[in-house]
Design a protein. Sequence first.
Length: 153
Amino acid sequence: MESIISTFHIDWKIMIAQAVNFAVVFVVLYIFALKPLSKLMSERGEKIAKGIDDAKMNATLLENTRVEYEKVLLNARTEANKIFQDGKKQAEAKKTEMIENAKMEVSGIINTGKKTLEAEKIKMVEDAKTEIVSLTMLATEKLLSSKQDLSNL
C-alpha cells in the first residue's frame, strides 16, 4: 500500500482537505441549490397535478354539458314536432269545418234557388191560367159578338 501511495503521490492532508472542501461545497449546494430546486420542483409538480385534475374535471363537465345539451335539443325537437303536429291537426279540423260550412251554404243556396224556381213556376202557371182565362173570355166574346152580328143580318 505504501508503494501505491508513493507512486501516485497521495498526501493524506490534501485528501482530508479535499474531503472537507467537498463536504462544504456539498452542504452549500444542498442548502442554496438543491433544497430550493427540490421545493420548486415539488411546487411545479403540484401545479401540474392540479392542472391535470382540473383538465379531467373540465373534460367531465364538458361531457356532462354535451349530454345535457343533447337531451335539451332532443326535447326541443320533440316539443317542436308535437307543436307542428298539433297545428297540423288544428288546420285539418279547421279545413274540415270550413268544408262542412261551405257544403251547408251551398246546400242552403241550392234549396233557396229551388224554392225560388218553384215559386216562379207556380206564379208562371197562375199567370198562364189567368191569361188563358182572359184569352178564352175574349175569344168567347168575339165569337158571341160575331154570332150576334150574323144573326142580326
